[in-house]
Design a protein around this ligand. Structure first.
Ligand SMILES: [Zn+2]
Length: 357
């Protein structure tokens, strides 16, 4: 792979935009030496670390390409079956790099199990919890996903899943889309809560319990917005509850990471599009109270740090050359993040709009 020097780009360093400078792509990494490199004139555009979507579901190669075209160079899958599909989508060159939980754990009595007609990932008690985690570990899962929404799981079974995950040095991630699930997941000691409650906002005491429990949140506001639109008038749901709770968590100092729940599953309650939904999510996070810099951090440096992706999330020599060139200034206007001019996945150009000379 030839070296490329991106000249005249304003790098987002995790806190602010730097003065225009040159960033070198050396193979699949960010390098230091522009000597002999082909040049791409960034024309004063903003260069972000490749975006990380902390909640997707895997479909196929085409959806990884859609993520990549939109600047999402890492996707964290939160539930896909079968394991052969997950394995086939790992480590593909030139598209979005993935991590995966494999199939999520679901109680047989849950709405999820019934609606999705599931035969895999069913966990009824602590013994089955330990067996479930062993199976995911054998498949190479990167973390453990638990669909906590009641009815179904008791605290002992969720705790058994969490303990088995931790015994294997994996994080336990809870799907919790209503307040009861949030409280159960927090009591059971999960590491990550994904979604945000749409039945009612958390109280201040409940939000502070998230701080005490050390949970990190992936609220998927784009998904909660879509579900509420779909269920309006049918079920007592409110997007304002999710938005208000994210604001409470943010003010309480909880780490918030960007994720969308992008999927193409026929049984899903809504299907945010791959890639562009992350741009929407960053706007919704700002609407819920995050600053634009905090929103950008939630999809880059913080996501990488939390999920142990030490090779990405910042633009620095030696890191993966996962890069997104943006027209406009997303620190001033988070909506600019959707104006993607060029993308590189581990040094491979995704778009043809900016040819090297
Ligand atoms: Zn999901």
């Amino acid at each position: 792979m030839d070296n490329v020097a991106l000249t005249n780009v304003r790098v987002f360093d995790g806190e602010r935009l730097l003065e225009p400078a040159t960033v070198v792509i050396d193979g699949d990494r960010i390098g230091r030496d522009p000597a002999g490199a082909a040049t791409v004139d960034g024309d004063g555009r903003v260069l972000l670390p490749g975006l990380i979507d902390c909640h997707i579901h895997l479909t196929d190669d085409a959806t990884l390409s859609a993520l990549a075209r939109n600047g999402v160079t890492t996707g964290l899958d939160m539930g896909t079956w079968p394991p052969e599909l997950v394995a086939s989508l790992r480590g593909r060159p030139g598209v979005t790099d993935i991590r995966s939980s494999g199939t999520g754990a679901t109680h047989p009595a849950s709405m999820h199990a019934k609606r999705m007609g599931r035969a895999q990932g069913l966990v009824a008690d602590p013994d089955e919890a330990r067996a479930y985690v062993s199976e995911r570990v054998a498949e190479g899962a990167d973390y453990i996903k638990i669909i906590v929404d009641p009815p179904g799981f008791d605290e002992a079974t969720v705790r058994a899943l969490v303990d088995a995950a931790h015994a294997n040095r994996l994080r336990a991630i809870a799907h919790a889309a209503n307040s009861g699930a949030v409280l159960l997941a927090q009591a059971a000691g999960v590491d990550v809560l994904t979604h945000a409650p749409i039945d009612r906002p958390l109280s201040d005491d409940e939000a502070r319990a998230t701080v005490a429990g050390g949970q990190v949140i992936v609220p998927t506001l784009t998904m909660m917005e879509a579900i509420v639109e779909r269920l309006a008038g049918v079920a007592p749901v409110s997007y304002d509850a999710a938005r208000a709770t994210v604001g409470q968590w943010h003010r309480a100092g909880v780490t918030i990471l960007a994720g969308t729940d992008a999927n193409q599953a026929a049984s899903a309650p809504a299907s945010p599009p791959y890639g562009s939904s992350l741009h929407r999510e960053l706007g919704l996070l700002v609407d819920a109270g995050l600053s634009a810099v905090e929103a950008l951090r939630s999809a880059t440096v913080l996501a990488a740090r939390y999920f142990g992706l030490a090779d990405r999330g910042v633009i620095a020599p030696g890191r993966r050359a996962d890069l997104v060139l943006i027209d406009g200034d997303p620190v001033q206007d988070i909506g600019a993040v959707s104006r993607v001019a060029a993308v590189w996945c581990a040094g491979v150009p995704v778009t043809e709009t900016m040819e090297a000379r």
